[in-house]
Design a protein around this ligand. Structure first.
Ligand SMILES: NC(=O)C1=CN([C@@H]2O[C@H](COP(=O)(O)OP(=O)(O)OC[C@H]3O[C@@H](n4cnc5c(N)ncnc54)[C@H](OP(=O)(O)O)[C@@H]3O)[C@@H](O)[C@H]2O)[C@H](O)CC1
Ligand SMILES: [K+]
Length: 482
């Protein structure tokens, strides 16, 4: 599944028509599928449909007709000046005897659900005047809002804040970068010829179908030395022990992602946990002899972070570099040595590596992740909402995860988990996108059970469940394709 820009989507639309596909069919499917989502979410609650004059409005007029046929009360207000398919959709609705009022007269009534069909991918700039006010009125009305294709106004402000959004044909960048405005996301297939959606040049949205084949197999003859051993190097012993738990959490993440054995190289005095690890207490950053296929480095390293990373480099093993190991000279040393590595910065750390502010990075994580991958020549996991994985030209946007994961130590668990996948033989880009996906899914499972207040170790503990769901093809998708 690819992440489209609104322009790329319009291009696909245009190409379908060039191939002879009747665009009215696309609109009919879009409106019909959106009506289905409406019924699923809001049952027979009456609808207030607000339709613009373009094709997004046309989708809304189709939806109104399908809701009417299902016995749902509809009040429809539309902009004037429809042409083409949108005009046909209007005529079809009028033929059913539905009154369509001018948008200027739209009013909100208690108990109604607003269908936002004002603007979709055709918006050319921020809304102003009448439409800016209308969008603010929608938001102030306090009614549930179902947005068609995109909450109107995105990617600019002001924009509608929807309860749910039905994306047509493919997800578009605002769906993931401005997810807050979209509410619950649905993806509706509307009959576009498949090849038009296969755009290798666009970022991938990580999907269960794409990731499942990457899961490391575990043969009957497996033993702890054959499924991937991980070395965790981190921690700091200076003014007191700071973040002493970080390397331990990475070790847990590695075990829970299926590592056969985890070596824990940490400062003397670090608690000897988890019991299953092989402990190497050291006075300062060193690389003791250990049998491993991958390393996770830097967690809780404080001022030792750089030293840990440069010592670890001597092993010449695939390595996850996190937190205090994230320095430009470290990245450069790994690139020069040709050692495969995965950098796992958050926006602040990525900003430090790129010479940009955290806000700039967070605003456009796709560009930032790509720039960092290009600059370092390494795989990059840019953690955030959404988390973006980049390597060379490839970009993967992760759909799993939720704000409950914003708690100390979850990043350490992720480092260990990715290292376990590297140790099992996955390439950096694949280990990164699979690790990120499962880590987010583990967080989603927990958030559903417990809400906010998770502990990082619980996220590690939920990894096997997430992995099994993916393995067995039972992940209920973040967006519901239908
Ligand atoms: N993906 C698909 O294959 C299909 C998508 N469909 C739906 O169509 C919309 C896109 O429809 P389009 O007609 O291209 O555009 P919109 O409906 O989003 O909006 C176009 C109108 O908006 C006006 N406009 C543009 N910018 C502004 C602005 N800043 N302020 C006010 N008005 C603005 C524009 O007017 P112009 O006079 O400037 O041209 C248009 O009138 C897509 O999102 C889907 O919902 C199809 O239904 C099925 C196939
Ligand atoms: K809309």
């Amino acid at each position: 599944m690819r992440l489209f820009t609104p322009e790329a989507m319009r291009e696909a639309d245009r190409k379908a028509v060039e191939r002879g596909y009747p665009s009215l069919l696309l609109m009919e499917w879009a409106g019909m599928k959106a009506a289905r989502v409406y019924l699923e979410l809001f049952g027979k609650a009456p609808a207030l449909v607000l339709a613009g004059k373009g094709n997004n409005g046309g989708d809304g007029l189709v939806l109104a007709r399908h809701l009417l046929l299902e016995g749902v009360g509809v009040r429809v207000y539309a902009a004037g000046g429809q042409t083409g398919d949108a005009l046909l959709a209007l005529q079809a609705l009028l033929a059913h005897g539905v009154e369509v009022g001018p948008l200027e007269e739209a009013s909100f009534r208690e108990g109604e659900v607003v269908v936002d069909a004002l603007f979709g991918t055709g918006l050319k700039g921020p809304l102003t005047d009448f439409y800016a006010e209308l969008v603010e009125r929608v938001n102030r009305a306090g009614l549930p809002v179902l947005a068609l294709d995109l909450p109107s106004g995105l990617p600019f402000s002001p924009h509608v804040r929807a309860t749910a959004t039905v994306a047509f044909a493919a997800l578009k960048t605002p769906h993931l970068l401005q997810r807050e405005a979209c509410g619950k996301l649905y993806l509706a297939e509307i009959g576009l010829p498949k090849p038009l959606l296969e755009r290798e040049d666009l970022p991938e949205v990580a999907s269960p179908e794409a990731l499942r084949p990457l899961l490391p197999k575990r043969p009957l003859t497996a033993h702890k030395g054959s499924v991937g051993r991980v070395g965790v190097l981190g921690g700091y012993k200076g003014e007191g022990l700071r973040y002493a738990g970080a390397p331990l959490l990475a070790a847990l993440g590695a075990y829970r992602m299926g590592a056969g054995l985890v070596h824990l190289v940490a400062p003397e005095g670090t608690p000897l946990e988890p019991l299953e690890a092989v402990f190497h207490p050291v006075p300062s950053p060193t690389l003791p002899p250990l049998k491993a296929e991958a390393l996770a480095v830097g967690m809780g390293g404080g001022p030792w972070g750089r030293a840990w990373a440069l010592k670890a480099l001597e092993a010449r093993l695939p390595t996850v570099l996190d937190a205090d190991a994230l320095h430009p000279e470290v990245a450069e040393a790994y690139r020069k040595a040709g050692v495969p590595a995965v950098l796992t910065p958050h926006a602040g750390e990525a900003g430090r590596l790129l010479g940009a502010s955290p806000e700039e990075v967070a605003k456009d994580p796709l560009t930032a992740a790509r720039a960092l991958a290009e600059r370092t020549g390494l795989a990059v996991v840019l953690k955030g909402n959404p988390t973006v994985v980049a390597e060379g030209e490839r970009l993967s946007v992760n759909p799993t995860g939720n704000p409950a994961l914003a708690t100390g130590g979850t990043g350490d668990v992720l480092s260990g988990a990715i290292a376990a996948l590297l140790a099992a033989g996955l390439r950096p880009f694949d280990a990164a996108r699979l690790g990120v996906y499962l880590h987010g899914l583990a967080g989603d499972l927990l958030a559903e059970e417990k809400g906010v207040g998770l502990l990082a170790r619980e996220v590690a503990e939920a990894l096997p469940r997430a992995r099994r769901l993916l393995q067995e093809g039972r992940v209920s998708p973040a967006f519901f394709p239908r």
